[in-house]
Design a protein. Sequence first.
Length: 305
Amino acid sequence: MALISICFAVYQNEGSLTLLYNDIVLQTGSNFPNYDFEFIFVNDGSRDNSLKELKELKEKTGDQRIKIISFSRNFGQMAAILAGWKYAKGDAVINMAADLQDPPAQCVEMIKEWEAGNEIVISYRKKHRTSGLNKLTSYLFYKILLPNAPPGGFDFTLLGRKAMDVINNLKERNRYYQYDILWAGFTIKFIPYDKGERPIGKSQYNLIKRFGNFMVAFISVSYFPLRLMTTLGFLFSVAGFLYALSILNAYFYHHTPFNGWAPIMILLLIIGGLLMLMLGILGEYIWRIYDEVKQRPVYVVEKEL
């Protein structure tokens, strides 16, 4: 029997975990009796009683499919997701929120799409029950970093074992997993869903964390800042050289403000332009070194015929 792993990053989710478990068991058991399941809960240093609730849930139900991984402290959502993926043994691995905002019924549709031959299934939010500021920042975030992703981005995913192995083999410490999933390739199916409101507790994902996530993603994924530095350095070098010629011409026609002004300005323009150009070239080399350090594979093989 095929095994499907469902992973949950748990942080301050006391009160919702039992409800989540009951619902996910109902959905998976009634729709896929011929599959085995494992439910992996990664406690990311929760300060409430989330871990206690998980332990009591496992003891009361006696369900050996429940696996609990507890961090020594809060390492962040990305670390919790990666840990769940590492421990998942399934032929397909689902990553979903533990706060009941991702409906377990959506897992049924995702598994069916996987059965149809899609190695990666992404559920994206078609409606946002969040503030206007969160909608705007989320839209800009994905528009800048992942223009090929759905407008509101995605978190709720299913990865087949091939895609899961590829992503687990990536070695970077600072990760942006949405980019990793799209980078891996394979057959991707996007399906919409309505993200619900969090019925219990309050979201810990504030504006500061959103900005921090953006900076990690921006630096990890994009070499735009370095390429911008190179382009600006080249443009300033050309502009400085042309302006230096103009100053030299003014010097010979005695249109300079005072003696010595022309050579000072010419040196400043040429040296400043060359410095920016050289910094840009160094940036290009730094990006290539960074790209090598990440040790991503040059290609990913989906099939061998």
